[in-house]
Ligand binder design. Structure first.
Ligand code: DNO
Length: 348
């Protein structure tokens, strides 16, 4: 495995100089942030990003994300052209040494939370989700918005978009995903890039919007749409683990060869559809981090790993979920888990 760390570019308060000091850190996970979804990334920007990382002793082999524009997801009239642009980004990234691209196929909203600074007993704070609060902010019926929402849509645009997805429903979204994959995966194969879809967070439909990368049955269906190794997964433990119906150890075992990117984080489920994010170790939350990593190692996982969301600790202020301290603690915990498990298995 290769340990990586998400970096949001020059405006990220967590600098490359700091990231490189985390033990065993091999590279950054980043993206080009000055192009809106659907646009083609300038190859010079990609090269500059790689050079910046390299100058700090870090690789740049993973992109998170090349965002999929809404029109591709709901199948609008420009979808074909936008898919061509997407393919061009895959080619350009592959040419510049990127080996893994993380993306998602969630309509309208990416991750959803009801609280960004949930106060924990130990004085830290973290992201939290409470379904009742979320549902009370349905954009179709309420003027309130949830923390972290993309405010670039007007309320009317948002309603229009949500209604488009309601019309096409889950099956329409599957169809559009299939069209996307059938165009993109052959390009990824030629470019030496593994595509790694991120599961929906949380893994269930919200506000009547379809969400499909949610559970084992749907992931089976996804992987079979295009049965190529390059059509793979980002295994995000915090996203999939929010549903108690998902058996993550079993899924890790089953999907290991198709998991190209691993997001390790832990959550504490406090009641049905209610959780908050906790420190990475198994003991801190509801997710069996050890069991998952062990299942992956035993089944030949050989991808990139990053500590996902951390809490805000030691009075750090910064991008929610993406401070330095708790993610760095997570990184060293992850190294320990892998080292322990790998050495135990070698001895057998
Ligand atoms: C949140 C992230 C997601 C993720 C995208 C991938 O912290 O896990 O925003 O990057 O869903 O496309």
């Amino acid at each position: 495995m290769k340990l990586t760390f998400r970096w949001y570019g020059d405006n990220d308060p967590v600098t490359l100089e700091k990231i490189r000091q985390i033990p065993k850190m091999s590279g950054i996970v980043s993206a080009i942030y000055n192009v809106s979804p659907g646009g083609v990334w300038d190859e010079k920007d990609i090269r500059d990003l790689k050079e910046k990382a390299n100058a700090n002793g870090l690789e740049f082999e993973v992109v998170e994300s090349v965002p999929v524009p809404e029109e591709i997801k709901y199948g609008g009239e420009n979808a074909k052209k936008l898919i061509e642009n997407y393919c061009e980004n895959v080619r350009r990234l592959g040419r510049n040494g990127v080996k893994c691209i993380c993306y998602n196929f969630m309509p309208v909203f990416d991750w959803l939370r009801s609280e960004l600074e949930h106060q924990n007993k130990d004085g830290s704070n973290s992201l939290a989700y409470n379904e009742k609060t979320v549902l009370s902010m349905d954009p179709l019926t309420s003027e309130l918005s949830l923390p972290g929402w993309d405010e670039s849509y007007s309320r009317e645009e948002l309603k229009g978009l949500i209604n488009k997805y309601k019309e096409i429903g889950e099956e329409g979204l599957w169809k559009n995903l299939e069209v996307f994959l059938k165009a993109v995966i052959p390009v990824a194969e030629e470019s030496g890039v593994n595509m790694a879809i991120h599961p929906d967070d949380p893994p269930w439909g919200i506000f009547g919007l379809p969400r499909i990368i949610t559970d084992e049955k749907n992931i089976d269906r996804f992987l079979n749409l295009v049965p190529s190794k390059n059509n793979g997964l980002t295994f995000c433990t915090g996203s999939l683990g929010a549903s108690v119906d998902n058996d993550l150890v079993k899924m890790a075992q089953k999907y290991a060869p198709r998991i190209h990117f691993l997001h390790l984080r832990n959550i504490l489920i406090t009641s049905d559809r209610e959780f908050y994010e906790v420190g990475h170790p198994t003991e801190c939350g509801s997710i069996d981090m050890y069991g998952i990593v062990r299942a992956l190692v035993e089944n030949g996982f050989d991808g990139y790993v990053r500590p996902d969301h951390g809490r805000m600790i030691w009075n750090e202020k910064g991008r929610y979920g993406y401070g330095l301290y708790d993610r760095a603690l997570g990184a060293t915990y992850i190294c320990g888990l892998f080292e322990g498990i790998e050495k135990t298995l070698e001895k057998k």
